[in-house]
Design a protein around this ligand. Structure first.
Ligand code: NAD
Ligand code: UDP
Length: 339
């Protein structure tokens, strides 16, 4: 199939390109590069067979979207493009609603006009808010605690309304838990701009000496050691999940909502310990106050993904740390553009 990958130059998108090409699909990347680099696409090309067509465009521009759909006979869309920083979404909610929600509406409108009805959407475990019980099944109550999370919830609802309006739609809503790590080649990985918000890239930057120490946000949660527990998933496993979802949509009409997680939670201190073990580096840290809006624990029940997609995570924590460290060591400044 010919797949339009919005946000394909980003962290999860670039890893998914590798898996799509490996599965024999053709890819067209649509990205405005607001949080990514074309170098990622050059690197994907190095580890893949098959070409990547890149279209620099913005979801907020219907003209850009029309152009890409008129230039290519697209069969399906994998929609990663969006802004994802929780703190920024609190400061600039309209930016998030315009970019993520209105941008997705523009994309879907263009798909309708082009007669394309197959879509895989990047949602997030953040739509579960503060879980009442664990592990999280897809039918757990939803309720986001910040504007970023609400954009995901609103988009999910919009997609369900769309499918309700026209039975030809085939949509997979994938709720990611916490993607970390990098491609084992060390050529592509996460490239945060500025100070990382997330735990794992912060740890790798401390390990390489770019930051003096990690602040652990609270050690008084009701968890194994008091620090927050999350379901970390290797980004390559996550990427593979998208190929499985696409294959499933070939025979599924309507909306499939699926968790992509491992089902295993690890605390912040367990993550530090695992990373120290793999890298042989010290990770100095200090305990500080809880981060506003954080929850104690979050991990998936991944059984629906196994049932519906035939997918399950294959990599464990050691491989996540190994590949994330390999990427950080070989690319201490992330992607460096030559011009
Ligand atoms: P990323 O920032 O690396 O990738 C997003 C890509 O979208 C970037 O390349 C950016 O340039 C592009 N983009 C943003 N706005 C755009 C627009 N208006 N038009 C065109 N391109 C645009 O992020 P990621 O970590 O790869 O996340 C991909 C998706 O998965 C996002 O929708 C994110 O919300 C979701 N998600 C990510 C995580 C995570 O922890 N990384 C967890 C759950 C869900
Ligand atoms: N965390 C931390 N220090 C950091 C970043 C994160 O202690 O610098 C903790 C955070 O409180 C949470 C876990 O690490 O318990 C994962 O945080 P992340 O932001 O990566 O994911 P999210 O909270 O969005 O699931």
């Amino acid at each position: 199939m010919k797949i339009l990958v919005t946000g394909g130059a980003g962290y999860i998108g670039s890893h998914t390109l590798v898996e799509l090409l490996r599965a024999g699909h053709q890819v067209v990347v649509f990205d405005n590069l607001s949080n990514s680099s074309v170098v990622a696409l050059e690197r994907v090309a190095k580890i893949s067979v098959g070409g990547i067509t890149f279209f620099k465009g913005d979801l907020c521009s219907p003209a850009d979207l029309h152009q890409v759909f008129s230039q290519h006979a697209i069969d399906a869309v994998i929609h990663f493009a969006g802004l994802k920083a929780v703190g920024e979404s609190v400061e600039k909610p309209l930016l998030y609603y315009l970019n993520n929600v209105a941008g997705t509406a523009n994309l879907c409108q263009t798909m309708v006009e082009a007669g394309v009805r197959m879509l895989v959407f990047s949602s997030s475990a953040t739509v579960y808010g503060d879980p009442r019980s664990l592990p999280l099944r897809e039918d757990a109550p939803t309720g986001a605690t910040n504007p970023y999370g609400r954009t995901k919830l609103f988009i999910e609802e919009m997609l369900r309304d769309l499918a309700g309006s026209d039975a030809a739609w085939r949509i997979a809503i994938l709720r990611y838990f916490n993607p970390i790590g990098a491609h084992p080649s060390g050529l592509i990985g996460e490239n945060p701009r500025g100070i990382p918000n997330n735990l794992f890239p912060f740890i790798t930057q401390v390990a390489i000496g770019q930051r003096p120490s990690l602040s652990v946000f609270g050690n008084d949660y009701p968890t194994v050691d008091g620090t927050g527990v999350r379901d970390y998933i290797h980004v390559v496993d996550l990427a593979r999940g998208h190929v499985c979802a696409l294959e499933r949509l070939a025979t599924y009409a309507g909306v499939l909502t699926i968790n992509l997680g491992t089902g295993q939670g690890y605390s912040v201190l367990q993550m530090i310990q695992a990373f120290r073990h793999v890298s042989g580096r010290d990770i100095p840290y200090q305990i500080v106050a809880r981060r506003a809006g954080d929850i104690a624990s979050c991990y998936a029940d991944p059984s629906l993904a196994r049932q519906e997609l035939g997918w399950q995570a294959e990599y464990g924590l050691e491989e996540m740390c190994r590949d994330g460290w390999n990427w950080q060591r070989h690319n201490p400044k992330g992607y460096v553009e030559s011009n």
